[in-house]
Design a protein around this ligand. Structure first.
Ligand SMILES: N[C@@H](CCC(=O)N[C@@H](CS)C(=O)NCC(=O)O)C(=O)O
Length: 231
């Protein structure tokens, strides 16, 4: 069975989940919920950089989410139809990761207003570029004539933007169409309606991450150093 080890939430594991889903690969989320569980995972030798997410698949231990999504892209032929398309996949996926960062940080902001302001600023920077590329390619996909992992990771980021700012795609019809199209892919549609899809990150997720990593909470939270290891 394919296993994905991570916190009990989306975070840096979510693009991997979307890529597993589009490949229609069944997987089990293995939530790491305590410092002890993380220490045991590190001691297992399966984390080459001591970091999660870890994807156990086909007898391999995959680390680094950008490498993991590319492995899954090659597996399902979601890496474009030529070297030039593969290059565009990588460029768009890189930009999508920068774009997604604001969504990943949103739950860690002191207020909802601050989170939305961060998302809007990042959207204003990247969305017109994505929109232009979609208009130039004119296939409904952002790289070529078929769906690639670049479409998948971009749609994953958009899903979080939409949860915070439901109207954000009103002025970007190509991005809106891409999102609708990608989320209708059979594997993804069923993943998004399943219990394997964690809810958007909130305060509990922020607390979980700090507790497992024994790190400080964001400074606006009460007793921000309560999990910091004294060792
Ligand atoms: N570039 C890595 C980042 C991984 C990462 O920072 N993981 C965090 C959790 S989200 C972690 O395991 N931190 C503990 C550490 O760095 O020792 C990826 O995308 O997989």
């Amino acid at each position: 069975m394919t296993k994905l080890h991570y916190f009990k939430g989306r975070g840096r594991a979510e693009t991997t989940r979307w890529m597993l889903a589009v490949n229609q690969i069944e997987f089990e989320n293995v939530p790491v919920e305590t410092p002890k569980a993380l220490a045991a995972l590190r001691a297992s030798g399966k984390l080459p950089f001591d970091q999660m997410p870890l994807l156990e698949i086909n007898g391999l231990n995959l680390s680094q989410s950008s490498a993991t999504i590319r492995y899954l892209a090659r597996l399902g032929r979601f890496y474009g139809e030529s070297d030039n398309e593969a290059l565009w996949c990588d460029m768009i996926a890189g930009a999508a990761a920068d774009f997604a960062e604001a969504a990943m940080l949103a739950a860690f902001q002191p207020t909802r207003e601050a989170a939305i302001a961060g998302l809007e600023t990042r959207f204003a920077k990247f969305a017109p570029k994505f929109e232009q590329r979609l208009s130039d390619v004119n296939s409904g996909f952002i790289v070529g004539r078929t769906v690639t992992f670049a479409d998948i990771v971009l749609a994953e980021a958009l899903s979080s933007y939409l949860e915070w700012c439901p109207d954000i795609l009103k002025q970007t019809p190509h991005l809106s169409a891409l999102f609708e199209q990608v989320t209708q892919e059979p594997g993804l549609k069923s993943y998004l309606g399943s219990s394997s899809r964690y809810p958007m990150a909130g305060e509990n997720y922020v607390i979980d991450v700090a507790r497992v990593l024994q790190r400080a909470l964001p400074p606006h939270m009460p007793d921000a150093n309560r999990f910091v290891s004294s060792l």
